[in-house]
Design a protein around this ligand. Sequence first.
Ligand code: NAD
Length: 288
Amino acid sequence: MATIIDGKAIAAQIRQNIKEETAQLIASTGYTPALAVILVGDDPASAVYVRNKQRACEEVGFRALEYRLPAATTQQELDALIDTLNADGAVDGILVQLPLPRGLDEQRVLLRISPEKDVDCFHPYNVGRVMCGDGVLAPCTPMGVMELIHSTGVSVSGKECVVVGRSNIVGKPQSMLLLRENGTVTVCHSKTADLAEVTRRADILVAAVGRAGLITGDMIKPGAVVIDVGINRGADGKLTGDVDFASAKEVAGYITPVPGGVGPMTIAMLMQNTLRAAQARMAEGKGE
Ligand code: NAD
């Protein structure tokens, strides 16, 4: 029977550490880190995500700046707001909530955000730094996964690590972070010929697909660390992961639940990135 990894508790501890570090920064410099969140349109799910991020900012002691723009916002107007925030010395992080309404170009937006304020770590410059293993900012969800793995005490070094999913946001950067810690990493995807054959080799298995219950107990190596990034809403409205929790927990050594596993870590890592961005900017004399 697997040990359940309590992402909620681990995320709360990380937020507490950030709160203390932020209080020290404010006390020693008088500067308060600030995260600007831009929400375009009125997608209800996006509004909930933005509210949660605002709350997390307030909890750790950051200034939370919110920009709500109508769905009819033009690309030029959005570009202009990003340019203003890029130039604002009192803003450390800029986050544009995705998806954007039709007609707005997400790729262009991600490229426009100054890399030093790109707290989602989506800009190709920061993606490249992740590949090189030397960036200030880290991709939030994959970094949260690493923290959950660290919490088990299992070392990544020399382990067979299997990542299921190869998206730019989760799967690919996840594989880089595991590689950075000397894991032997395999990335699976929709064209993988025999998924179960690969996942059964994994000492550390990360599922980031978006298909409820794809990974069943018989696909897991006994004692493995299983991290479930997937968020799937069932017909009954309930959230489930990509891992079939009931069968997997009988085989795995450690496993994350959904909800309460990776989800809370993503926002905690966003706060960490914002603090790191502020510290880096202050070190360069850029914080106001
Ligand atoms: P995506 O749709 O961009 O990528 C999914 C990946 O899964 C693709 O690379 C695809 O090749 C692979 N895939 C699809 N079917 C497969 C199959 N049958 N076998 C093996 N691989 C298969 O998704 P994403 O943005 O990476 O997100 C993945 C999941 O993680 C989603 O459920 C998403 O909601 C969730 N997510 C959670 C958080 C969080 O904070 N907890 C953050 C980001 C994403």
